[in-house]
Each structure stands twice: as C-alpha cells, then as structure tokens.
Design a protein around this ligand. Structure first.
Ligand code: FAD
Length: 524
C-alpha cells in the first residue's frame, strides 16, 4: 500500500488490538509476533525503521562471551538459541562467522579456550562449530594483519553476524505481509487511556513528520518499544502512574570505527578479550570493510545522532593499533557511528557505573495499561517479543492466543533466490535481497550503477517497496554506504536524491544527509 493511502486509512480502521510505538528491533519483533497470532496491529516509528539504536549495533548475533565471564548462563543460553533462530529465519541477512581470540600469554589459550568450550556446551544443538585451539601459525593464517609480536596462538570459536538495518526492514515488511500496518516518520506525541462503557482503550496522537499532519488512533493495548526513549513516552502518557513514573533507562554509548579490509583481510573476526581498561574489542569484517569497536560510556542526554567522545576514538585507535600489525590513524577512518544502549537501571544501582546495569530486557506494565519494554539485545528480539505478548495476556490487555510461528516464520527474502551464497563480510551486493532480488530486477535502471553496488533500480525499489523516504534512508539503512564510507555516501547522495525525487515527488532532504555525512567522520 502506498504511504498516502496508508495514512488515509489508518485512523479509519476502528480500534486496533495492539499499537506498537517504536520501529527498532524490539517494536518490529512485537508487531510481527502479534500479527502472526492474528491480532490487528499498527506500528508507528517516529523516524525510519532502525533509525535509532537498531542500525548502530556491532552486527553480531551472539550469546555474549562476556556475559559468560559474568556467570550469567541463562542469558547466554537463551541468546545462543535465538542466534540459531535468526540464522534460520533470515539466511540472506545473517550468517555464522568464525572469531579468533589471539593469545600473547601462556595461560590465555587454555583459560579462554575452556570458557569457550562451555559456550559450545551451552549452545548444544544450536552450536555453529567447535571451539578450536590454534598454534601461532594457524592464528596468523586466520587473522592476516594481527600483531605478530609475541603471538603464541589463539582460540577459534563461532558466533553469527548480520545486517541489522536490513533485518529490521525484513521484519517490517514481514509484519506488513502478515497483516500489520507499519508506518515510518510517524511520531506518537501522546497516549491517553479512555474507558468507554467499561471497555478500556487508548487513544494515540500521531504526527506524520513528512507532512506535519496529525491524526488519532485507538488501540486496546499499547506497547512502548521506543528504546532509550521509553521514559519520554511514559512521561507523556496520561493519566500518569501514582506519582511520577520512575525512569527505567540509563543509556550507555558505543562507538564503532570503520577502516579498509586490508588492515585485516580474511574471513575471521578478531576479539581482544581484555583491553587496557578491562573491556573487549572486536575487529569484524563486514560488508567489505573492517568494523572496530566498541566503547561503553554512560551518557545522560539522548541525542538522535550522538557524537563520539575524543577519548572513545583514541581508545579504539590505540587498542586496534595494538591488536593489528600496523597502526590505525584518524586518516584511515572511512566512517564512524555511535549507538545508545538502552540499559535498564536496576533500583539498587544508583552508582552510575554501567556494569551494574542490566543487559537483559525489562517489561513494565504501568497502572494506566502502558506496556513498556526495553533493554536486551538485537539477537534476542524474538524471545523479547514473546515475553511482551505473554505480559499483555497476563495483564488482560489482550485475549490470550497461542504462540504464533515466529521461531519458524521465514522473513521476506529468505526463500530460494537462485543467487550464489556470498559471505556477509564480502562487499555489499544483490545477495542481500535474497529471494526479493527477482522483484528488484523489474525496476528501471538496473545497469545504472551509483557506487558500492547500488543501482538506480535498487533506489527505485527502496522507494516503492522498502518504505524509503529520504536519501538517508537509502544510503544509511537500505544500503549501508554511510556506515561503510561516509565520503562515498556523500558522493553518491545527489544521484540518489534525484531518483527519489522522481519516485516520491517530495523533498528527500539531500542537504540534511550531506551534513550528516560529516558527522560520520572524525572532526578536525
Ligand atoms: C554500540 C552498540 C552495539 C551493539 N551491538 C550489538 C550486537 O552486536 N548484537 C546484539 O544482539 N545487540 C547489540 N546491541 C544492542 C541492540 O542494538 C539493541 O538492544 C537494540 O537495537 C535495541 O532496539 P530497540 O528497538 O529497543 O531500540 P531502537 O532501535 O532505538 O528503537 C526504538 C525506536 O523508537 C523510535 N521512537 C522513539 N520515540 C518515539 C515516538 N514517540 N513515536 C514513535 N517512535 C518513537 C525511535 O526512533 C527508534 O527507532 C548493541 C547496542 C549498541 C548501542
């Protein structure tokens, strides 16, 4: 359905069973699960799908090796099972990836190796490959570009990697195909609970940020899945819970730096298990580049486009320079992006340190009926969605319906594509469409290549089928150019703007995107 038609029909629908606010991993997972159970669902996203944290992850499907070190086995086991689920439902966007932890001290291989054997055990049938001990030669072969000085060997283990923004898009389109209405650039500005003839429903005030038009919707149940912004929506929901709603989220920011693959060619990722300040650092091959990160810095404000702090950048460059055989300089940076983790503030942890904050998800049902979910990680979006629906049933906000088929429901594009299997760490290409490639080929301009594998036809397809409205939607999330090479994204932007202008007939915000590209490069 075209956006204008959708905007027209949404308020005329009557009362929806469920309104989901927020179109990141969490909200989209809830919308798909509920639609698969046959509920009438509407999802509203104030920016673009995955425009918040869900396009800025490290792109790993993982049980969390560091949670293993913290002894949180239940969290690890659940994530390992969900890792297998994502690989199954979206094989065109998610793949297993081998990791190597290099060892520079005698005890590291046995110490980390035993921990990773436990990781294998916890994965059970969902395991992706056996943990192996590598000698120096094998470690150097797996990680060309690793710092050879003092290298003794390493431990190889398996996790998954994915394209986060394209997975979000696949969820949005799959939810739509299952009957949900999903709309980007639709901001929920207020939620009011109304009781009419004993029936409780909520009214949502929505503003279409593309036109400025406002409308209202009604739903029996409202799920607040607005990531780090959940507290703002709780504050705007009337009548408020007794007293002021207590704030749930303490955000922590993570920076990633992208450099060329020649710093570490090959198909393995590198994990430094303990940096100078006790964190982990990844160097992950992804879509033809190498992603270095990340950091974990508490921050109080919630900007849409957070900037990296100078110390964070220095930390990543210094640690990467230590882990690799040649230094990584600011001039080598192709792109850098920053995401905000929605860590949930435990009542007892008011010390400000993010280590004390929960990395598991939390669901709160306010007395006014608003269901808020936040925390967790991308890998577990589906299990979180099941938990949210369970809470909606338990709170009698929705009538109980049996579990849908979200664990086996293959997402759009997951069918047979006839395309050869290409690793996700190779440069972006048509394999990312999976079975949808046949549809893309029907658009005009297949041979008109704009750069980094993107063609005119693909931009037209993004506008017609993938909900793209702006240059940023295309060059940041439908195709990940901004995240891979911000200068190249700026170069390609005018051509993309011209095609979007033809397709949509409205302003694709070229100037805004060109300014954004500067923010994805180090300043000075
Ligand atoms: C640096 C970093 C690295 C990470 N790496 C990994 C990883 O490798 N693997 C992994 O599994 N997880 C990872 N995570 C965690 C994962 O990315 C997040 O848990 C997940 O993306 C959170 O999704 P969300 O939908 O809750 O939030 P978001 O993606 O932020 O979605 C919330 C959405 O709500 C919208 N919104 C806000 N207010 C309104 C409103 N009033 N009306 C309508 N919409 C609104 C926002 O625009 C936003 O799109 C990482 C996180 C960070 C920060």
């Amino acid at each position: 359905m075209k956006r204008a038609e959708l905007l027209e029909s949404l308020p005329r629908h009557g009362v929806y069973d469920l309104a989901v606010v927020g179109g990141g991993a969490t909200g989209l997972g809830v919308a798909l699960d509920a639609a698969l159970r046959g509920f009438s669902v509407v999802l509203l996203e104030s920016h673009d799908f995955a425009g918040g944290t869900s396009s800025r992850s490290t792109k790993l499907l993982h049980g969390g090796v560091r949670y293993l070190a913290q002894g949180n086995l239940a969290l690890v086991r659940e994530a390992l099972a969900e890792r297998a689920t994502v690989l199954r439902v979206a094989p065109h966007l998610a793949q297993p990836l081998p990791f190597v932890m290099p060892s520079y001290r005698w005890w590291q291989t046995p110490f980390y190796g035993l921990g990773l054997k436990l990781y294998d055990l916890l994965a059970g049938g969902a395991g992706l490959g056996r943990t192996e001990f590598l000698n120096r030669q094998q470690a150097m072969e797996a990680l060309p570009g690793v710092n050879p000085e003092g290298l003794r060997g390493g431990v190889k283990y398996w996790d998954g990697q994915f394209d986060d923004a394209r997975l979000a898009l696949a969820l949005a389109r799959s939810a739509e195909a299952a009957g949900a209405r999903v709309l980007n650039y639709a901001e929920v500005t207020a939620v009011r609970q109304v009781t009419d003839a004993g029936t409780r429903a909520a009214t949502l005030d929505v503003t279409d940020r593309r036109t400025g038009a406002s409308f209202k919707l009604s739903a029996r149940c409202v799920v607040n899945a607005t990531g780090v912004w959940v507290d703002a929506l709780r504050d705007r929901t009337q009548p408020a819970a007794a007293g002021e709603p207590s704030h749930m989220v303490s955000p922590s920011q993570g920076v990633h730096v992208v450099v060329d693959r020649d710093f570490m060619p090959g198909g393995h990722a590198l994990l430094v298990p303990r940096t100078r300040d006790g964190r982990v650092l990844f160097a992950v091959p992804w879509l033809g580049k190498l992603v270095l990160g990340t950091t974990d810095t508490p921050r109080k404000d919630l900007p849409r486009e957070p900037d990296a702090f100078a110390e964070e950048l220095e930390f990543i460059l210094a640690e990467a320079g230590q882990a690799l055989s040649r230094p990584v300089r600011r001039a080598d940076i192709r792109s850098l992006w920053v995401g905000l983790r929605p860590l949930v503030a435990a009542p007892a942890s008011a010390d400000g340190g993010t280590q004390a904050l929960s990395r598991e998800h939390t669901i709160v049902v306010d007395p006014n009926g608003l269901v808020t979910v936040t925390g967790g990680k991308w890998t577990t979006y589906r299990a979180m969605a099941e938990d949210v629906l369970e809470r909606c049933f338990a709170s009698e906000l929705l009538p109980r319906r049996p579990s849908g088929s979200s664990a086996s429901h293959r997402l759009l594009g997951a069918g047979m594509s006839g395309l050869p299997t290409t690793p996700l760490h190779a440069a972006p290409g048509v394999h990312l469409y999976g079975a949808e490639w046949a549809e893309v080929q029907k658009c005009q301009g297949l041979g008109n290549l704009l750069g980094m594998g993107l063609s005119e036809a693909m931009v037209r397809y993004a506008a017609r089928t993938e909900f793209a409205q702006t240059v940023e939607d295309v060059l940041a999330r439908r195709w990940r150019v901004l995240f891979l090479d911000a200068r190249e994204a700026a170069r390609m932007a005018p051509a993309v703007a011209a095609i979007l202008g033809e397709e949509l007939g409205n302003d694709p915000d070229l100037a805004g995107f060109l300014a954004l590209c500067q923010r994805y490069l180090p300043s000075g």
